[in-house]
Design a protein around this ligand. Structure first.
Ligand SMILES: O=C(O)CCC(=O)C(=O)O
Ligand SMILES: [Fe+2]
Length: 297
């Protein structure tokens, strides 16, 4: 760490970037996302390519510091030379009809599926191109999914034997961020209340057994759950509510939104659900748990 700090102190781009990564993740130093972002910004100004990408992502999302959507968009154009994904991201964003703050201008009407649990379906929430983009982000990156242990950490548990990839804050690019803002808009919440988006993959035999997304160990509760179905060419795998007859088998691009808490903040017993076992094919979802209050750093 001494060497890294020395290099950073001299404005060395790699030193600043590596210091930023350590400050972001913690471990050798105390985690400090705001200080990390400052190092990424300095590394970016010193010409460090990967730091420019992270720094623009954080500027677009307003995580660990200020948010400026339009400046982030103009920086993305300049970044096409260092990251080939920027071109596709600019194309996808141009088709979204966003205002100058990156907010969606039009929202699809929901279908009410049930009152208890409070569940709604937004058909065609994401376009086929957006689903393809998320699927490509996940490919090659999946690892066994864990569950929240209620003590600030996560652990493997036989209740959930599927795979996941978390689009954590640094790699939450402006396309993912715009989708996260759209989720927040249909959920009548703020984007910064969402946990990082997760991509989920279930192959035959994989499932997420009956559970509540509400977790008694959390003081900032998972109030809402949003699931985007990224495909529908598989058998089995419904999102099934255990205490009612409600089973949801979304089509590609549909979003299921349900509430895990009652109006007094306590758990809604009817929100217990499972991702049923896959019979054939592979199911892909994008999920976002929405907290009661700001959750993003
Ligand atoms: O796979 C599903 O349909 C449900 C996923 C789920 O319950 C979750 O990720 O919390
Ligand atoms: Fe769940």
């Amino acid at each position: 760490m001494f060497l890294v700090r020395q290099l950073a102190a001299h404005g060395h781009p790699d030193g600043l970037f590596v210091l930023g990564r350590h400050l972001w993740s913690g471990g050798l130093v105390t985690s400090d996302p705001v200080a990390a972002r400052e190092q990424f910004d300095r590394a970016a100004r010193a010409g460090h390519g990967p730091a420019r990408i992270l720094s623009t992502n954080l500027l677009a999302s307003g995580i660990a510091g200020p948010r400026n959507w339009l400046t982030a968009l103009s920086r993305m154009s300049d970044e096409r030379a260092i990251d080939p994904r920027r071109k596709l991201q600019i194309e996808l964003l141009s088709r979204m009809t966003l205002n100058s703050a990156g907010q969606p201008e039009r929202l699809r009407k929901p279908e009410r599926l049930s009152d208890l649990p409070d569940a709604q379906l937004f058909p065609g929430f994401a376009t086929a191109a957006e689903c393809a983009y998320l699927l490509e982000l996940g490919s090659r990156n999946y690892r066994p999914a864990e569950i929240n242990d209620g003590r600030g950490g996560t652990r493997l548990d036989p209740i959930r034997n599927s795979d996941e990839f978390t689009i954590h804050w640094l790699i939450e690019d402006p396309v993912v961020h715009a989708i996260n803002r759209r989720i927040a808009a249909v959920a009548a919440s703020e984007a910064d209340r969402g946990e990082a988006m997760q991509l989920l993959r279930y192959r035959p035999g994989q499932r997420y057994r009956a559970h509540y997304d509400y977790n008694p160990g959390l003081d900032n509760q998972r109030e809402l759950t949003a699931l985007i179905y990224l495909n529908h060419d598989y058998k089995g795998g419904e999102t099934s509510f255990i205490k009612t007859a409600l089973k949801v088998k979304g089509r590609k691009g549909d979003l299921l939104l349900f509430r895990n808490t009652l109006s007094d903040g306590s758990v809604d017993p009817m929100s217990e659900h499972e991702g049923s076992s896959i019979i054939s094919g592979t199911k892909y979802l994008a999920s976002r748990w929405i907290r009661e209050r700001r959750f993003a750093p």
